[in-house]
Ligand binder design. Structure first.
Ligand code: 5RP
Length: 236
């Protein structure tokens, strides 16, 4: 990615993040996502808190918790508030039905736990994240227990996955906040990612996967000219 396209993507993400921050109302308990877009959202929300907005927030990662508390957003836990008014997060891919791939930022487990605690999951993306079919651009991150991870990877292969353990530098494995590895899984094109989630989850050793299906209520899409909004059709 060139500096210019990175700046353009950042401007689109900022647009979506500011719009999402405007949805937060006094008294809400808000889930805070993880990643560069979530970071911009936390910045925008912190400005509103500074101006007198009263909220409590639950963070989906240590990184977000550090940013939020350093910028004056009071934190709480899901154990104290198991139901959240609103959760705002980024995503790596969004399909036309608002199904998502998440987890390139490494926080998918806590993100999914927090997302499952609300009826209002708002996702912010720049338009490059929109795809016709999940898996077009990015692999599905699968969070796995460290113990026996090669066996877990082999079992994932039987589902048509090509798992690659995520590393941070050279051969150092990336380790999640929960102490797990991430296997980034590309799947054979015949595999429908909208169907595969339960099969991935059923593998012993898998902790969680980054397919967030039928969870997002709204997606705010930053574009070069403004902002678009996608809403999930209500199910019969
Ligand atoms: C972290 C995530 C992020 O929300 C996702 O990777 C998008 O990140 P960014 O906003 O930096 O593009 O799922 O686990």
């Amino acid at each position: 990615m060139t500096d210019e396209s990175r700046d353009k993507a950042a401007a689109m993400k900022r647009r979506a993040a500011r719009q999402a921050a405007s949805l937060v109302q006094d008294g809400m308990i808000v889930g805070l996502g993880t990643g560069s877009t979530a970071r911009l959202f936390v910045e925008a929300l912190a400005e509103r808190v500074d101006q007198g907005l009263h909220i409590l927030a639950v963070a989906t990662s240590e990184a977000t918790a550090t940013q939020a508390s350093a910028s004056g957003i009071p934190l709480t836990t899901l154990d104290t508030y198991p139901k959240l008014d609103l959760v705002v997060d980024g995503a790596d891919e969004v399909d036309p039905e608002l199904n998502l791939i998440k987890g390139l930022g490494g926080a998918l487990l806590r993100e999914k736990i927090v997302a499952s605690a609300t009826d209002l999951l708002v996702i912010m993306v720049d338009e490059s994240k929109l795809v016709a079919r999940l898996g077009e651009h990015v692999p599905v991150p699968v969070e796995v227990e460290q113990f026996g991870w090669t066996l877990t990877a082999e079992t994932l292969r039987t589902l048509g996955a090509v798992p690659v353990r995520r590393t941070i530098a050279a051969e150092d494995p990336f380790v999640t906040d929960g102490g797990h590895f991430i296997l980034d899984c590309r799947f054979e094109p015949v595999v429908d990612l909208r169907q595969i989630g339960p099969l991935i989850k059923a593998i012993t050793g898998v902790v969680e996967h980054g397919l967030f299906l039928r969870m997002a209520s709204t997606v705010m899409v930053g574009t070069p000219d403004g902002l678009g909004t996608m809403r999930r059709a209500t199910e019969p």
